[in-house]
Design a protein around this ligand. Sequence first.
Ligand SMILES: [Zn+2]
Length: 236
Amino acid sequence: MNTDTIITLYEEICENHTKFLGDDVSLPKLFKNDKKNQFNKRALVLVYLYSKIGIAVSKEELTIFIRKFYPKTNDVQDGRHLSRQSGWNILSGGRNDDNDLSLKKDEYSLISIKTPYPGNVSKHRKVGFKDKDFNKLKEKYNYGCATCGSKEGKHNLLNSSVITKLTKGHMDPEKELIPGNIIPQCDECNRAYQDKFVFNNSGRVISQTKDRKMLNVLNENISDKDKIIKMRNLLS
Ligand SMILES: [Zn+2]
């Protein structure tokens, strides 16, 4: 895919976004800066998925594409962010989204650029928590990642090759991203823990979301055999 194609596809997405999606879905900027000499990674992922709309795209395929622009990329997480946080209608196999595509783990598919993600989008979007509020929260944490302590703008303690940027991390990934459920986290921590853990407000892991799901299964009104099957599925 050459630069012109990327720009054309992005413009198509942009048009549809304005027309059909508006505030419900957030559109990543195409360029990283005003010089317009470097594409934004997340926009590239969106463009690539759009070029294969309705088709399963593996994370590996996305990574190969992104490496043409960012050679050091080792793991592209943007597919997940684009749906859960930005609201794009991207289904993923790993999340067990209901779909007719039988997506495998680590496969994504952009379904439409005219409709938002059908799941619990609001649950994962930045509803009611503006940048101003986030700045206040960061100040409370002395501009450090709640989990690893890396300071914003300084070299990351877990990966010294990157400069720390703090993002809104869920304390409980199964609840909305609203005040009381947000801690500042660096990208390294946010990515490493994915949605598998629940944190306290000091950024420490207090449980696994899986454990809670297991407890829920135990309390369900179903046969022991069904409980065992469900629990085995959760563990696999
Ligand atoms: Zn961190």
